[in-house]
Design a protein around this ligand. Structure first.
Ligand code: SF4
Length: 321
């Protein structure tokens, strides 16, 4: 667990591993996703706008330029003595033929200081040949993360938000990826329409039970031009207050094993696109993070607190037999 935070942050994990700051350079590829092009479904996930692409990035800018500009921006902000991960974030970054994928991942290797790649995808878009390709970079010394969106362990929720994959797809992808030298990160959303605290706990328990190395926890936020915006504006569900989110996020973190790297507990959207909640605007990122940290500190708990309690209980049970 990190010194100041009651959970293992990505920043702390990188510091321990590389002895210096590691900065993610986020890029956007001209890809789409099977949940939009009709292969699995059309319309995409109800919360998704533009493949969750940061508004500053454009897939029409050549990949090399995006990486070079990202590295320059990071050096201006944090100085020369830093390392980089190239983060393929928007849409489904394994959804292309192998030659195209190899070309885009290879591009990261051309830059000095790049120690890893991070590839965001869907759990139903990780065939063996793509996992083999990603593993080939790990075998050459790069740290390779693959990020699978789950969002919730409740299948009814997955149907409601039009994910067009099941919980079983996620479990299958994680188990197959875990047999390779890859690090696995899961994405979840807290506060999805009609979910209860029990749903959040169930999702946390599923994550804790699988060979997962990292987690991104997002508070649900509503973005303009999405199906979810329509449902929200019609009053069909409510969003969590920051206090409610912090409590559920703390519940989640307490269940996570202590070695799972917490990549983020916030979610920010350009104010021009964000409908609500206000705590998901970029200016409130630290306030949201602090609310989660304060909730854990107020309880006197930390990442792994409940996993540890469960393990202690199981140990006692085992000794009893
Ligand atoms: S799978 Fe990803 S890119 Fe595709 S619609 Fe859903 S969130 Fe957007």
């Amino acid at each position: 667990m990190s010194g100041a935070l009651p959970f293992l942050s990505l920043k702390e994990y990188f510091l321990r591993k590389y002895g210096k700051r590691v900065q993610k350079v986020t890029v956007a590829l001209p890809f789409t996703c099977p949940n939009r092009d009709g292969t699995k479904a059309v319309g995409g996930c109800t919360f998704c706008y533009d493949g969750s692409k940061p508004s500053l990035l454009s897939p029409t800018v050549p990949l090399k330029t995006q990486i070079a500009q990202g590295i320059e921006r990071a050096k201006r902000k944090y100085g020369e003595d830093i390392l980089f991960f190239v983060y393929y974030q928007s849409y489904t970054n394994t959804y292309a033929d192998l030659d195209t994928l190899k070309e885009v991942y290879d591009t990261a290797l051309e830059f000095e200081g790049v120690v890893g790649i991070d590839v965001g995808t869907r759990p139903d878009c990780a065939p063996e040949e793509v996992l083999d390709l990603l593993s080939s970079y790990a075998e050459r010394g790069l740290e390779v993360w693959i990020e699978f969106g789950l969002q919730s362990a409740n299948f009814e929720t997955l149907k409601r938000i039009n994910r067009a994959h099941g919980v079983s797809d996620f479990v299958d992808a994680v188990l197959r990826a875990s047999k390779r030298p890859l690090k696995i990160c899961a994405h979840v959303i807290i506060g999805l329409p009609h979910e209860t605290r029990e749903d959040v706990i169930e999702t946390a328990k599923l994550i804790a039970s699988l060979p997962i190395d990292g987690i991104k926890i997002h508070p649900l936020h509503v973005i303009k031009h999405t199906q979810m915006a329509k449902e929200f504006l019609e009053g069909r569900f409510k969003l969590l207050s920051l206090e409610e989110y912090a409590k559920l996020c703390a519940d989640f973190i307490e269940i996570l094993p202590a070695n799972v790297v917490v990549h983020r507990v916030t979610g920010e959207v350009d104010e021009k696109l964000l409908i609500a909640p206000d705590y998901c605007s970029p200016k409130n990122k630290n306030k949201t993070l602090q609310a989660v940290v304060n909730e854990l500190k107020r309880r006197g708990t930390y990442q792994g607190y409940n996993t540890t309690a469960l393990n202690r209980h199981m140990e006692t049970v085992r000794k009893g037999f």
